[in-house]
Design a protein around this ligand. Structure first.
Ligand code: BJ8
Length: 425
């Protein structure tokens, strides 16, 4: 990337040598996994460009937005409502990361048996390699799993401005009230930070932008129900990952343009894999960039991933916010209604999630479910058992995988995935 960007990274306080190392690993992985795919849709060129500029042009855009007075908000969870950030003229960026970095440093501040997603976020901070994190005017954490809620106590000592949302763990009237009061508190925090008063018009605009993004992603997911699926699971995952970083309007337009192309492919019977290739539904922990190991293993073995029951997938886009309210109160209530339906494994009990996995299995014409868990992620590991039991009781093939971000177990995972796919066919 150009020298201009190096100066920008330096200004952000990045460790340039470590950052070069990270970009080299990211670039090599991308080339090996994505660019090696044959007959990718033309519309993927936009996403290739975005990935090539993920620490370049996009960061420059964020700096320009800051110069223009907009605030950059970093988040680690799909419970942080982008609608409210946009209504305050802010920019929301995802901070979850999918690669090990500076692990020695991380293990000085976090227990070894912390999930890879949390460790990775700390590694990017301690290794000084994340321009998104360093650009953020406010980092929003949330009380979800135990790992995250305790890790934020430590993160608070490492970043200048951390805000923690207290999220309900039980779906009840009190739970919904807590979510409503936390979103109200967040709205006030955004108003204070930005100096913008959020009125109904601003909030509605934010809702409409996010609804349009979710609709475009949903349109993409719907196309994957066809056999053959017109796009690989890897490419679809990449697009969802990019949705957490990119400008929402530009991203929505690019996804819709890609969907136009995919509709033609469906009509022509063209697929990312031949018709009849085993169709797999992924379910479980979110996969942040550049966590592509398991999908790559699955699709390299000849299957096609047709859906993701995950926050980086269907759970992140399911349900739109009703934008018909005329007042801020009505629109805020509609936001609460939409987010309250998120069936993350941190809820107890959480019967909606196993039901959604089964529903997706049928809707997406899947032949098997691969339940993906990060090591030391108790909520998803615990919930994998009732999910598997429910599916198995109905004769729906399921494979449970547990892994981390390292490549060490790739061979073992490959063997298990291949045996599972053979059983499906
Ligand atoms: S709404 S899934 S984005 S909390 S993998 S850090 S759960 S130990 S990420 Fe999540 Fe929000 Fe829920 Fe979605 Fe903890 Fe598990 Fe690690 Fe996880």
């Amino acid at each position: 990337m150009s020298e201009d960007y190096r100066a920008m990274w330096q200004d952000l306080g990045l460790d340039l040598a470590a950052h070069d190392q990270l970009l080299a690993v990211l670039g090599a992985g991308y080339k090996q996994i994505f660019l090696a795919q044959e007959d990718r849709p033309k519309g993927m060129e936009y996403f290739n460009f975005v990935v090539s500029q993920v620490h370049g042009l996009r960061i420059k855009e964020l700096q320009d937005a800051k110069q223009a007075g907009r605030k950059i908000i970093g988040s680690f969870c799909v419970f942080v409502p982008e609608e409210i950030v946009l209504a305050a003229d802010g920019v929301l960026v995802g901070l979850c990361s999918g690669a090990d970095f500076a692990m020695e440093e991380v293990e000085k501040v976090l227990p070894r048996n912390t999930c890879a997603l949390i460790k990775s976020a700390f590694g990017f901070k301690l290794g000084k390699v994340c321009p998104y994190l360093e650009s953020a005017d406010l980092i929003v954490g949330e009380n979800t799993c135990d790992g995250k809620k305790k890790a934020y106590e430590t993160l608070d000592t490492l970043v200048p401005s951390l805000y923690v949302m207290d999220l309900p763990q039980v779906k009840s009237e009190q739970g919904k009230e807590l979510l409503a009061s936390e979103y109200e508190r967040f709205k006030k925090a955004m108003e204070e930070l930005s100096g913008v008063v959020i009125d109904a018009e601003r909030l509605k605009k934010g809702i409409d932008l996010v609804n349009a993004k979710r609709k475009a992603l949903k349109r993409l997911y719907e196309l994957r129900k066809h056999d053959p699926a017109p796009i690989s699971g890897l490419d679809a995952l990449l697009i969802t990952q990019v949705s957490f970083y990119d400008d929402p309007v530009r991203f929505t337009n690019a996804v819709n343009a890609l969907c136009d192309e995919l509709e033609e492919k469906v009509k022509a019977g063209q697929g990312a894999r031949p018709k009849g290739a085993p169709r797999v539904l992924m379910s479980g922990c979110p996969m942040a960039v550049p966590n592509w190991k398991v999908p790559w293993i699955i699709e390299s073995a000849g299957a096609v991933i047709v859906g993701e029951e995950s926050c980086v997938g269907e759970r992140g886009v399911r349900n739109l916010v009703d934008d018909s309210g005329a007042s801020v109160e009505q629109l805020m209530a509609a936001i609460v209604e939409r987010y309250y339906k998120i069936d993350c494994a941190i809820f107890t009990p959480n019967p909606d999630r196993p039901a959604h996995v089964e529903e997706m299995f049928r809707d997406y014409n899947a032949q098997g479910v691969i339940h993906y868990c990060l090591q030391f992620c108790q909520p998803y590991q615990m919930e994998a058992i009732p999910v598997e039991n429910r599916l198995k009781a109905k004769g729906l093939p399921t494979l449970r995988l547990e892994t981390d971000y390292s490549a060490e177990d790739a061979g073992q995972l490959q063997t298990r995935v291949e045996a599972f796919l053979e059983m499906l066919s």
